[in-house]
Unconditional design. Structure first.
Lengths: 115, 112
């Protein structure tokens, strides 16, 4: 079982360009999340989705958008990248349906540098 | 707003000793408190979860305690080994998808 995959592994992007970070899970989890991890700040939630067709804003949503067309995929789009979006991005999923604990499964991360 | 703090950025201990990591939070108690391990260049991996009505949870050499009066969780690794060297993250789980807050982590180094 692959779990969660993310693509690309790393990317250098010019400021002002757009980019989509891809995330796919094969665990049929209902909930998916995007975090960014910066030194000294820990993991911060960008957007989340409780189920296919719904999304919500996390702690730091500005400059990012997401969609959840189906259970497995949860792409994160930067419409016009800025240097402050340089970070490591992690996608995660969890089974948060009734009776389940909210243990999160993380992907390997995408290292994004915006110049 | 809810805040979470892990006691130190880095902790160095001798192999065989018990490592103790601290996680403190402010305001109201979470439904659950989770601990994760993160190795360099990788995503976090879930280790243990403790509920607000539980005092202690164990898994092999790991032990987690949860004191809602002190608003603190302690994470212990007994008989520590160099392979336990990693960053450990605590996370408050308020019981909904949008309400999981991670600490910035403690980097643990176990020297032989």
């Amino acid at each position: 079982t692959a779990g969660i995959t993310q693509a690309p592994t790393s990317q250098i992007l010019a400021a002002g360009r757009s980019m989509t970070l891809r995330c796919t899970q094969d665990m049929r989890h209902n909930a998916m999340y995007w975090y960014r991890q910066d030194l000294g700040l820990g993991l911060r939630l960008i957007h989340y989705s409780n189920t296919a067709g719904t999304t919500g804003k996390g702690e730091v949503p500005d400059g990012y958008s997401v969609s959840r067309a189906n259970t497995d995929d949860f792409p994160l789009t930067l419409a016009s990248a800025v240097p402050s979006q340089t970070s490591v991005y992690f996608c995660a999923s969890s089974d948060s349906t009734g009776g389940s604990l909210n243990e999160q499964f993380f992907g390997p991360g995408t290292r994004l540098t915006v110049l | 707003s809810q805040k979470i703090e892990q006691n130190s950025e880095a902790l160095n201990i001798q192999e065989g000793k018990t490592a103790t990591l601290t996680c403190n939070y402010t305001n109201y108690s979470p439904a659950y408190l989770q601990w994760y391990r993160q190795d360099p260049g990788r995503g976090p991996v879930f280790l243990l979860l403790i509920r607000e009505n539980e005092k202690e949870k164990r898994k092999e050499r790991l032990k987690v305690t949860f004191d809602t009066t002190l608003k603190q969780s302690l994470f212990h690794i007994t008989a520590s080994q160099p392979a336990d060297s990693a960053t450990y993250l605590c996370a408050l789980d308020m019981g909904s998808a949008s309400k999981i807050i991670f600490g910035s982590g403690t980097r643990l180094s176990i020297r032989p």
